[in-house]
Design a protein around this ligand. Sequence first.
Ligand code: S3P
Length: 173
Amino acid sequence: MKKLNSNIYLIGMMGSGKSTIGRMLADKLNKKFIDTDDKIEEFTGLKITEIFEAFGEKRFREMEESYFIEKSQLNDLVISTGGGIIISPKNRKVLKSSINTIYLKAQPKILVERVSKKKDKRPLLMDEISIFNKLTNIYNERNKLYEQSANYIIETDMLTKIEKFNKVLSCLH
Ligand code: S3P
């Protein structure tokens, strides 16, 4: 069953604006903001890239899942998730059961320009000669999962930050 009065979850690819919009939402709605990557960096004392290097992606996904599941038990949070959050079936179950899971959908050609910032958070793109090809592959693998996990899909390609923010606000319960 869908949960009323639950947390707001922002999902989508790297560079889709989850953290920026999430922060703005939390401010506006007076809710606590959590960015899963930031929190994982905070409690491990390591950058996401360093976690991948030292322990591998699998271990990162385990940390991400256990942190996310723990926080999803709380209320009144705005949670901006890492792009890979939907890989875990347990995470997808939580996202699907919420009435406020929003997919910020963006095409790889739009994301390319945005992902060059915050490289230390994006080890999956680090050694890639063609970031566009890599993003396209990831998008093709994940788009269905994002769509299935969300109850709102916002096409963001043509939107400014403020327009994105307003669209998200207008679809919240
Ligand atoms: C990842 C996205 C990143 C970060 C990690 C893996 C992914 O978060 O969790 O680099 O698999 O898409 P952002 O979506 O915030 O960039």
